[in-house]
Design a protein around this ligand. Structure first.
Ligand code: GLP
Length: 248
């Protein structure tokens, strides 16, 4: 696992965007797994500022609410359209946002030949995509009930509309099949979840801890999100050398 700590959310965006660009240069038909939420926005905006050709890239999103009217502005389909498909000029046929059942999502991912590079955020409660604690570490894509914490955290996007109670999400086992995982976190509110996911036990109670089971993981954090992790490592004297500060 490679852990990179940079100054702030903007720098996280630049770092991950550079990683995506290198991957697209190597493979113009890359299958890019995208996360939604606030954390990866600086990545997509940094990509949109560049001039790379994404016309052959395939994109698959991790999750989507269930029961929202089509085109609802808080849907992840709308997010992917506004933040990724349109600014990066991707053909709409190259973009998969989960819809319907978990089996359907699994079929779409299989048809793409699997995900090459998967961007991941993390919830304050350690959720990964919409795999809420507890989630089986080998779970497949499925419809899940959202926790109150997650519904509260995501309420800002819904204004006066009720936050959905369910979502369809890639399972933890599904996510682990991506060839390279890139976990991003910014802000002090994520610091405990990051430390638990990366240094705590691998357990269904912290779904993001499953990344410890993957052989190619890059974690990109800002200083605030890394703060508890770094304190813990300093106390433990554990392998600090795997934390890079590329800007120092
Ligand atoms: C959401 C999404 C996750 C995302 C996480 C964090 O509910 N389902 O895929 O990573 O919560 O979101 P944010 O980046 O806005 O904190």
């Amino acid at each position: 696992m490679d852990v990179v700590v940079v100054d702030d959310a903007e720098a996280v965006g630049e770092h991950v965007a550079a990683l995506v660009l290198r991957s697209v240069e190597r493979d113009p038909a890359l299958v890019l797994g995208v996360a939604t939420g606030g954390t990866p926005l600086p990545v997509y905006r940094a990509l949109a500022r560049g001039s790379a050709d994404f016309s052959a890239v395939r994109v698959v999103a991790l999750d989507e609410y269930v029961g929202l009217p089509a085109g609802h502005p808080a849907s992840f389909a709308a997010y992917v359209r506004h933040e990724i498909t349109e600014p990066l000029a991707l053909p709409t046929g190259n973009v998969v946002v989960p819809q319907g059942s978990g089996q359907e999502l699994e079929r779409r991912i299989r048809e793409l030949g699997g995900v090459d590079l998967q961007l991941l955020g993390i919830g304050r409660n350690g959720h990964l995509a919409f795999n809420e604690p507890p989630s089986a570490l080998d779970s497949r894509s499925r419809v899940v009930a959202l926790s109150e914490t997650t519904r509260r955290d995501n309420a800002r996007a819904f204004g006066r509309d009720p936050v959905p109670t369910h979502a369809v999400t890639q399972g933890l086992g599904t996510i682990l099949e991506a060839r390279h995982l890139v976990l991003l976190a910014t802000g002090v509110a994520k610091a405990d979840a990051v430390a638990a996911a990366l240094t705590g036990p691998v357990t269904p109670d912290c779904p993001a801890s499953v990344v410890q089971r993957h052989r190619q993981v890059t974690v990109v954090l800002d200083r605030a999100a890394a703060s508890v992790l770094q304190r813990r490592r300093n106390v433990d004297g554990a392998d600090r050398e795997c934390i890079h500060h590329p800007q120092l």
